[in-house]
Design a protein around this ligand. Structure first.
Ligand SMILES: NC(=O)c1ccc[n+]([C@@H]2O[C@H](COP(=O)([O-])OP(=O)(O)OC[C@H]3O[C@@H](n4cnc5c(N)ncnc54)[C@H](OP(=O)(O)O)[C@@H]3O)[C@@H](O)[C@H]2O)c1
Length: 272
């Protein structure tokens, strides 16, 4: 998909974007609005969603609805689906997510459970519920935001990386299952991107050179939808992952363990 009007033609008139209150999801919303698509925006911070919705309605003359929902809550997916209702929805951008870094054993169970629900359970159930209507239209798309951490094991990010590996397997399997049906599925696997997620995970932004702009990440995903099963934005990120994939597994795990523990230590002011 290269032209914005093509997006609306194939995936419109309605798109659902989760995690649209900031970062990559907000940029997905802005790009889809530019293509003329009506939007249903989901996140917890309703005031941010509402101000984005008002701006997009005013500038683009679109229908933009918001759903304030915590996707960690078991009934949130059903609330989102109720809001979708009978709208002619052709695109699901399952993007909401967050990460926990550090030693797995030291993490609070409630935080791990919330992360699993947001990063893995919600994408699984949203895709399952919405796919039949995309198939009935014989045109539609699903984008799952994963991570480079979904491609390889990542000690000290074990639970987060596992939720992303789940989404990578789900998305790429569906890409194959739906080949030739008119429903496109893409796993977007960003590397470090300049969003709130960096500081929310405890990293210092100034210690992370080469962060990608979230608008560029979202733009690349929309371009690659319908072309490939998985897209890693950024040549440097693609090179990094392909080097990791070629390593013997024991060396790879030792390497990512060292890289992640050094990054955590640097941001917490300890020696790497
Ligand atoms: N930034 C990176 O370096 C990076 C790298 C690889 C992958 N990713 C992935 O990219 C996706 C977007 O993250 P981002 O980088 O754009 O960070 P972000 O700015 O923190 O955006 C995360 C989005 O997810 C929403 N979200 C988080 N917890 C939620 C919950 N319990 N219920 C509903 N919505 C929730 C947030 O909204 P509310 O807080 O308003 O709920 C926000 O809109 C995530 O899946 C993340 O794992 C990011």
């Amino acid at each position: 998909m290269t032209k914005t009007q093509d997006l609306k033609e194939k995936y419109g008139p309605w798109a659902l974007v989760t995690g649209a209150s900031s970062g990559i999801g907000e940029q997905f919303a802005r790009l889809l609005a530019r293509s003329g698509m009506n939007l249903l925006l989901v996140a917890r911070r309703g005031e941010r969603l509402e101000s984005l919705a008002q701006e997009l309605r005013r500038r683009r003359r679109l229908e933009v609805e918001i759903v304030t929902a915590d996707l960690a809550e078991p009934d949130a997916v059903d609330r989102v689906l109720a809001a979708v209702g009978v709208r002619n929805l052709g695109l699901l951008v399952s993007n909401a997510g967050f990460g926990l870094k550090g030693a797995f054993a030291g993490m609070e169970r409630s935080r791990i459970e919330a992360m699993f629900n947001v990063n893995a359970r919600a994408p699984l159930l949203l895709a399952h519920a919405l796919l039949p209507r995309l198939q009935a239209r014989t045109s539609g798309g699903i984008i799952f935001t994963g991570s480079v951490e979904g491609e390889v094991p990542y000690p000290f990010s074990a639970a987060y990386a596992a939720t992303k590996a789940f989404v990578h397997s789900l998305g790429m399997s569906l890409h194959g299952e739906l080949a030739g049906t008119g429903v496109d599925v893409l796993v977007l696997a960003p590397g470090a991107t300049d969003t709130d997620a960096i500081t929310l995970q405890g990293f210092k932004r100034e210690l992370m050179p080469g962060l990608m702009a979230p608008a560029e990440v979202a733009k690349q995903a929309l371009r690659q939808l319908g072309k490939v099963p998985l897209h890693i934005p950024g040549a440097e990120n693609r090179k990094y992952v392909s080097q990791l994939r070629r390593m013997p597994r024991d060396k790879l795990i030792a390497f990512t363990a060292q890289a992640m523990s050094a990054a955590i230590a640097a941001s917490s002011g300890e020696q790497g």
